[in-house]
Design a protein around this ligand. Structure first.
Ligand code: IPM
Ligand code: MN
Length: 357
């Protein structure tokens, strides 16, 4: 991608989304000068306010428009005036599904100076990555009611798993583990094969099959309940985890708090196929109560920008941001919690910019 202009669509979204997006964009502007690449950001007003005004979440032609971009940056969605589920389904999940972003990559890395709730643990103990399948499982919206609103009501919500869907995710996770090349070089499948004897049996068999192509990668298996226990007890044992959509959602919130909370946790929704468009986001929500107060932590959004650059042809720029962020958390911030950072939102962005050079 060198020599070409990196085309980004930014969806700052709701609540504090625009504030953290502004800091990520500030860091992008600075790092692009230092690394010498050109970029272009188009800001889209999609989110709760627009929905309340127009009744539209993704406007007509919006998806095709996004397909002309190299990457999407999403601030946060969630609006107090909009019922829960509408924007989540209509924006975030719709983009993940329709752009076929089948990998949700969530690093769990404790940065220097950041407090973890795990006693006696530091950055060298907490550094693993969760690869969450992002297009199937309970998230596919298959189900229905019978006798709704009566005492005999029945609700069915089905998990859908396909060979293609789990195989492409598992294969990507093996490739990623190989490239990450940590001394552990271990991919752990997290599922629940003892109970979900159809869907997770498909995952299990596919995992065994794909593993044959990666003899250099060690494999392991955890039931998801045990995984929650091990993540707390022995986080240092993990290298890369691959898991289903629903379990990935749950264990990455646990991972998020191990690495210091939603102020720092970021994720990538990747469509790694040729021509695929990927989306990068801080993992936390829109935190509407903090809107406009300059107190929300922008580090997660800045980390999401680093991931965007790493996955869009500018890995050196991504690494430069990572190093700057580690310097700022390690030496400049009191806490990663909103309002307790020892600085405002904009000032943390400025500190990261200053640390880039
Ligand atoms: C996440 C979020 C979403 C999910 C919600 C907002 C639909 O929790 O990105 O982890 O469940 O995937
Ligand atoms: Mn979640």
């Amino acid at each position: 991608m060198a020599g070409t202009t990196l085309k980004i669509a930014a969806i700052p979204g709701d609540g504090t989304g625009p504030e953290v997006t502004a800091e990520a964009m500030k860091v992008l502007a600075a790092v692009s000068k230092l690394e010498g690449f050109a970029y272009d950001v188009e800001t889209l007003d999609w989110g709760g306010d627009r929905y309340l005004k127009t009744g539209e979440i993704i406007p007509e032609g919006g998806l095709d428009h996004l397909r002309t971009k190299d990457a999407i940056f999403l601030g946060a969605i969630g609006h107090p005036g909009v019922a829960p589920g509408i924007l989540e389904k209509g924006l975030l999940l719709d983009l993940r599904f329709k752009l076929d972003q089948y990998i949700n990559l969530r690093p769990v890395k404790l940065l220097p100076g950041v407090e973890t709730p795990l006693a006696g643990r530091g950055p060298k103990d907490i550094d693993f990555v969760v690869v969450r399948e992002n297009t199937e499982d309970l998230y596919c919206g298959v189900g229905g009611y019978l006798k709704k609103g009566t005492p005999d009501e029945v609700a069915v919500q089905q998990a859908v798993y396909t060979r293609k869907g789990c195989e492409r995710c598992i294969r990507w996770a093996f490739d990623y583990t190989r490239k990450r090349n940590s001394p552990k070089k271990t991919l752990t499948l997290v599922a629940k094969t003892n109970v979900l004897t159809f869907g997770h049996d498909l995952w299990w068999r596919t995992f065994q099959d794909v593993a044959k192509d990666y003899p250099d990668v060690k494999t392991d298996y955890n039931h998801v309940d045990a995984c929650c226990m091990w993540m707390v007890k022995n986080p240092d044992a993990y290298d890369v985890i691959v898991t289903t959509n629903m379990f990935g959602d749950i264990i990455t919130d646990l991972g998020g708090i191990l690495q210091g909370g939603m102020g720092v946790a970021a994720g990538a929704n990747l469509n790694p196929d040729k021509g695929g468009v990927s989306m990068f986001e801080p993992m936390g929500g829109s935190a509407p109560k903090y809107t406009g107060q300059n107190v929300i932590n922008p580090i997660a959004a800045i980390n999401a920008m680093a991931m965007l650059l790493e996955h869009s042809g500018h890995p050196a720029a991504g690494k430069r941001i990572d190093a700057a962020v580690a310097h700022v958390t390690g030496t400049k911030m009191k806490s990663q919690a909103a309002g307790k950072m020892g600085h405002g939102t904009r000032e943390v962005g400025d500190l990261v910019v200053a640390a880039l050079g």
